[in-house]
Design a protein around this ligand. Structure first.
Ligand code: ACO
Length: 429
């Protein structure tokens, strides 16, 4: 007999079924709670609530486990690349060589933007926040692909929509950067891999081709692999929430971009560099920084240290640390902020305050440093996160659309406002 959990509500005992996931995660199914008792549950921020059943990503924060479709992130980081991982996340299985080649070709085909879309860029001021442009442009892309506004995708349509979103994200991101810096747009090069082509569109000039160091290209690709999905985080839940109204994938993803834009979600790697800048301009020594982070009378925290979910280590940070070291060595770039970052990391990793509280550098610490070293401007960091997270958004949207039981998401609330009162105009009281 399947497991149940019993609760007594106003003297009445009620049994709730327990759902057990494939990694033995347990959830109490309260679907009948309101109908049978009149009660609802209250869970601020959904910290204890599973909003869906999913087969995409598994995380165990205590053990430092992250798996896409069952594959450990460490293996994907070592053996895969962003496009193969994106295919895995979206379609559920690793592609064959032929499938991957076809996916790559489709993405190359869909990477250039429609000529008319250039006018959209002209309409944005040079100071426009890149995430605002990205969110707007995803909706604009949908205007050029009316058949993709359908919500029931077969495999071929999903393939086309995925190629379009992945391809266009890199072009829109690079164009946004060119627009902000007043430099000419640069066409994509279909012979290059995804990450190399993005760097080419970002940094090549008409008079000078950007040739990324292989360690730099690999590190960027790795950042994208490590961000491809992270189960029901704020932006992915937003994509599902918005998509549950049966709106198209492009509008749903655009909402995901908006959610990611917030400093509590996608802005953490940015915060790392901004803090390093403040430390540098204030001329603080490493001792002063570490002491301030430990001082309970100060609200100063070391940005990029600690994680809400990963309580022992962030598996993505472990992987990225090695790539980060390689990039810094390869580029041999003199940058006082990177020196400060390395010194803080070294000191914190041997300081009992951080060791006892298991406060290790998280993925944002290293991704911030790598992106800074590559030359990605600060205001583009969150755009890079969006580029990486695209497969997860697509996969979650499609999973929800394919679930015959999926309904429009409509949480309840506990109302705490006025009880009923009669209308009386304000100036007649
Ligand atoms: N620097 C100094 N001390 C810290 C830090 C830090 N970065 N993070 C946590 N602590 C201390 C706390 O002061 C607390 O100490 P105490 O036990 O003596 O009171 C202890 O470690 C536990 O801290 P909590 O806030 O309870 O840990 P929680 O898991 O709630 O917070 C969080 C995790 C928010 C990530 C926190 O570590 C933090 O603020 N880090 C810095 C910001 C950051 O890097 N955020 C991005 C995280 S990645 C992401 O979300 C995408």
């Amino acid at each position: 007999m399947s497991e149940t959990v019993k609760a007594t509500i106003e003297g009445k005992e009620i049994a709730f079924p327990v759902i057990v996931g494939t990694e033995n995660e347990k959830a109490i199914d309260i679907a009948k709670l309101r109908a049978e008792t009149g009660y609802i549950t209250y869970d601020d921020g959904y910290k204890n609530t599973a909003a869906c059943r999913s087969k995409i990503t598994f995380i165990d924060g205590e053990q430092g486990i992250l798996q896409y479709r069952g594959y450990p992130i460490e293996q994907l980081a070592e053996k895969s690349n962003f496009l193969e991982t994106a295919y895995l996340v979206i379609f559920g299985e690793l592609p064959t060589k032929a499938e991957l080649a076809h996916f790559r070709e489709l993405i190359a085909e869909h990477t250039p933007i429609h000529h008319n879309m250039r006018h959209h860029f002209e309409g944005f001021p040079a100071s426009a926040p890149p995430m605002a442009i990205l969110a707007a442009m995803f909706n604009a892309v949908s205007c050029y692909s009316s058949h993709l506004l359908e919500v029931d995708y077969d495999r071929e349509t999903l393939l086309e929509a995925s190629a379009k979103l992945l391809g266009k994200t890199s072009t829109i991101a690079a164009y946004t950067h060119k627009k902000a810096s007043g430099r000419p747009f640069c066409h994509s090069n279909p012979t290059l891999d995804y990450s190399a082509n993005f760097l080419h569109m970002m940094f090549s000039e008409p008079y000078k081709e950007y040739l990324g160091h292989p360690d730099v290209v690999r590190a960027l690709d790795l950042i994208l692999v490590l961000h491809a999905d992270h189960e029901q985080n704020c932006s992915t839940s937003t994509v599902r929430m918005v998509g549950s109204s049966r709106v198209n994938l492009f509008a749903s993803v655009s909402a995901g971009v908006a959610a990611l834009w917030g400093p509590l979600h996608g802005g953490a790697n940015l915060a790392v560099i901004q803090q390093l800048e403040r430390i540098h301009s204030a001329g603080m020594t490493i001792d002063q920084v570490i002491d301030k982070a430990k001082d309970k009378n100060s609200d100063f925290r070391l940005m990029g240290f600690g994680h809400r979910i990963y309580k022992n280590f962030d598996p993505r940070a472990k992987i990225l640390k090695t790539a980060c070291d390689r990039v810094l060595d390869a580029l041999k770039r003199k940058d006082p902020l990177l020196d400060i970052a390395r010194a803080i990391e070294e000191r914190a990793l041997e300081d009992s305050y951080f060791v006892d509280r298991k406060l290790y550098p998280n993925v944002d610490f290293y991704s911030g440093i790598v992106m800074r070293a590559i030359g990605i401007p600060l205001d583009m960091f969150t755009v890079m996160f969006a580029m990486g997270r695209m497969p997860g958004w697509i996969a979650n949207w499609q999973e929800m659309r394919q679930d015959p039981k999926s309904v429009i998401n409509r949480p309840r609330q506990v109302y705490e406002g006025h009880t009923k009162r009669d209308y009386l105009a304000m100036d007649k009281r």
